[in-house]
Design a protein around this ligand. Structure first.
Ligand code: ADP
Ligand code: MG
Length: 455
């Protein structure tokens, strides 16, 4: 009988147990390798999805911010597809005695913003139950700390109405109650709409329309929609009551504190006051128009005059305030109105304000741009004070503080109605300007704002 080798395993059993051990070790290694492979595959897929999402939504560095914004929207129940105004109630049906309505309009992200790897940093919350108007909006301010951690500051603002990127000019026209404003003008009062915001935020699209688009979308702006509605009402009034109305148009801009006639080769004009407290622009072209097409033709010519000078004088149009003035008076008073601006009647002013960013970037500009910026800043501050004074029913309105408020003096008196639309660009690079615009708009009417931070 063979005895087992000293210290060794029995000849038959030990190698058998060793083989099993090796096999199971190998199987274990294989399982781990499989697991690792699956993990890597998953990671690769996630990176591919991230890269695709990043390419679509603002670049890989922005993904964390984008996901924080997504999470914010999900938590607040904001639908992925933005809502738009569905009437019939308008800002003038809100239960407030104020003569001012303050709204915000978010324009869509533009391809040039996506190319610059910006991402959508503005949320318009859907209307609450029983309301057709959205009232709040949140600006997402992204912050990169020194330790490279990322956080989001969410600044929420409440306004009379907030319009999403899906709202068209036709929606805005209805929701800001332009038909009610026009009735107010036909009753002999003043009504004014201001578009305010940084250059590129959509002010001119709101007023003029988006060229290349057709009616029903953004093709026609407030200029065209308001004058069409005015002529429709004029015809209806004539048919019903037999009285005839005249519609008179003027279009001017205020650039560096000077008034220039956009219907007369940008001729420089002076502002005059008389002893009765009436203010007018001496020599301003006043044109009688008989239909909306004639207004459109005038506006196109005026806009072209503005654009031509803009190339020569380095984008003047974004640094000037443009005012379209539409007067409706009795036909019998038209001659007097054409001769000296008198004759009573109501007045609608549609104001495309100068780019508000000039107020903040004065430090980087040359001296002449700084002076220009200071002038714009002064007029926007003064405008805020005048609107507040109008709303508070103050006897004294500080309209002399700037040329803009001086020429618009009558719009701040009596039973005047005002709509301020703060136009905002949604791109992440515009957040600072957007916050400035919304803070300004909120102060026009002391509307609420709050902030919360998310890590
Ligand atoms: P602003 O007058 O405030 O400087 P614009 O009205 O000229 O700004 O708009 C800036 C850019 O944004 C333009 O290219 C315009 O076509 C685009 N844009 C503005 N609003 C809209 C909109 N509602 N829909 C699509 N594009 C828009
Ligand atoms: Mg513009």
């Amino acid at each position: 009988m063979l005895s087992p080798p000293p210290g060794g395993a029995p000849v038959g059993g030990a190698p058998k147990r060793g083989a099993t051990g090796v096999v199971s070790t190998m199987m274990e290694m294989e399982r781990k390798r499989e697991e690792r492979r699956a993990r890597m595959e998953e990671e690769r897929k996630r990176r591919d999805v991230d890269a695709a999402e990043a390419a679509d939504r603002g670049g890989v560095d922005s993904l964390d911010f984008i996901r924080m914004i997504d999470a914010y929207r999900a938590a607040k129940g904001v639908p992925t597809e933005p809502t738009c105004w569905a009437g019939p109630r308008t800002v003038w049906d809100l239960p407030t005695r104020s003569k001012i309505r303050v709204c915000v309009r978010k324009r869509p992200m533009l391809s040039r913003e996506r190319e610059r790897r910006e991402f959508d940093s503005l949320t318009v919350h859907p209307p609450g139950p029983g309301s057709e108007l959205a009232h709040s909006t949140t600006v997402h301010e992204n912050k990169l700390r020194v330790d490279t951690s990322k956080s989001l500051d969410n600044h929420e603002f409440q306004f009379d109405a907030c319009f999403s990127e899906r709202d068209t000019n036709t929606h805005i026209f209805g929701a800001v109650g332009m038909p009610q404003m026009i009735d107010h003008v036909l009753a002999g009062h003043s009504a004014t709409v201001f578009c305010f915001g940084q250059t590129g935020s959509g002010k001119t699209v709101t007023m003029m329309g988006l060229s290349g688009q057709h009616d029903g979308a953004d093709g026609t702006g407030l200029y065209g929609l308001a004058t069409r509605a005015l002529f429709e009402r004029k015809a209806a009034a004539q048919a019903a009551g037999g009285y005839r109305l005249a519609v008179l148009i003027s279009f001017y801009e205020i650039y560096r504190g000077c008034v220039r006639d956009l219907l007369n080769r940008r001729q420089r004009l002076n502002v005059r006051d008389d002893a009765k407290g009436r203010t007018w622009i001496a020599g301003l072209t006043i044109t009688r128009v008989d239909d909306a097409t004639a207004v459109e033709t005038l506006i196109q010519a005026a806009h072209a005059a503005r654009a031509t000078s803009a190339t020569a004088a380095n984008a003047t149009s974004s640094r000037s305030h443009a005012v379209l003035q539409v007067r409706a008076c009795l036909d019998a008073d038209a001659e007097r109105a054409l001769a000296n601006g008198g004759g009573g009647g109501g007045k609608l002013c549609l104001v495309d304000l100068a780019g508000s960013e000039r107020a903040s970037d004065a430090a980087s500009a040359d001296q002449s741009t700084r002076i220009e910026g200071a002038e714009i800043n002064k007029s926007l501050l003064c405008l805020k004070e005048c609107i507040r004074a109008l709303d508070a029913g103050q006897r004294h309105t500080p309209f002399r503080g700037s040329k803009l408020t001086h020429v618009l003096r009558n719009s701040f008196m009596g039973d005047a109605r005002t709509v301020m639309i703060a136009n905002v660009a949604p791109g992440s690079a515009s957040v600072e300007n957007t916050l400035n615009s919304l803070r300004y708009a909120a102060r026009v009417k002391d509307m609420s704002q709050s902030g919360e931070a998310v890590d």
